[in-house]
Design a protein around this ligand. Structure first.
Ligand code: LP5
Ligand code: MN
Length: 268
């Protein structure tokens, strides 16, 4: 059984017999029904499948403006998710968290609270069968999206993050809301091709990491395709509920001794 307090393994070297993966859930206090549906899915699937590990490959939250939000008691969603992940960890499931483009400010305090470990982006998962899977959120592979890449470079600097986190929570939330609106506006203008991963980048990442499979989220275009170098590319779905709280999109993937299996949203 996994010890939740164990030290973070060196980057790019994870081993597990079975891993449940998901990403792009985009949880927030604005959508308690989505939070409820995600919790039900995690609890149901983890009980049924009993995976050794649960890896969340970024954008667990719609926007994360700092770990102090959790401690401030201002976010029911953050509390609920921290409790959910902590409970899974206490049941013996190893929780791996990767940063996405919306929650790259998740920090050590949040990870400790969830009893989670950080997954470097990219990292490599090695299965006992010999199958090797490269894991990434995927946003850095969208190299044709030059505006986004410039934005990403800026907000990932320590100086920028230090200045941002020094602002009061209310101000940070305002900035995040403005950025989310701007992003939604720009996504209507950008072409689908620009917003997808650049295939040559995806291929060379899998090659460089000696992986049989590349697995990522971010693009919200789930599926499996064969790359020109013969390696497979699996893409995780994003999540959404309808007005009644039923999942219309979501779910994840399970990797075990049988390979990769789609675990859809309804299957709990
Ligand atoms: O997330 P998604 O899928 O909708 O779109 C992404 C890219 N957008 C983003 C922006 C995020 O959605 C906003 C995240 C807010 C939470 C972070 C909180 C703390 C950080 C605060 C940062 C100031 O990542 C989108 C891509 C799309 O994926 C597909 O790959 O196209 O990229 C954009 O829309 C970015 C624009 O192209 C460039 C934005 C430039 C804005 C510069 C203003 C800087 C303001 C600084 C404010 C202090
Ligand atoms: Mn993303």
């Amino acid at each position: 059984m996994h010890d939740p307090d164990q030290k973070i393994l060196p980057a790019a070297d994870w081993a597990s017999r079975s891993v449940l993966l998901c990403s792009d859930i985009h949880l927030s206090d604005a959508s308690p029904l989505l939070t409820r549906a995600f919790c039900a899915w995690i609890e149901g699937v983890s009980q049924r499948i009993q995976p050794e590990s649960l890896f969340i490959l970024g954008d667990l939250f719609d926007a994360w403006v700092g770990d102090d939000v959790l401690e401030s008691g201002q976010s029911q969603c953050a509390q609920t998710i921290a409790n959910l992940l902590e409970l899974q960890a206490l049941k013996g499931i190893r929780i791996g968290l990767m940063h996405g483009n919306r929650d790259f400010l998740m920090g050590e305090r949040f990870a400790r609270r969830c009893k989670a470990q950080w997954l470097d982006d990219p990292c490599v998962l090695k299965m006992p069968s010999g199958l090797t899977v490269a894991l990434t959120h995927g946003d850095h592979l969208c190299t044709q999206d030059l505006d986004y890449q410039a934005f990403r470079k800026q907000v990932r600097t320590a100086a920028w993050q230090h200045d941002f986190l020094a602002q009061p929570i209310a101000q940070r939330l305002e900035v995040a809301n403005r950025l989310r609106s701007q992003s939604e506006h720009e996504k209507k203008i950008k072409s689908m091709e620009i917003m997808d991963v650049t295939l040559t980048e995806a291929e060379s990442l899998a090659q460089r990491l000696h992986a049989d499979i590349l697995l990522h989220g971010h693009t919200h275009r789930p599926g499996c395709s064969l790359m020109s170098n013969g390696k497979k590319r699996w893409v995780l779905p994003d999540w959404e509920v309808n007005a009644s709280g039923e999942l219309c999109r979501g779910g994840g993937l399970l990797i075990d001794s049988r390979g990769v299996e789609v675990i859809n949203a309804a299957r709990v």
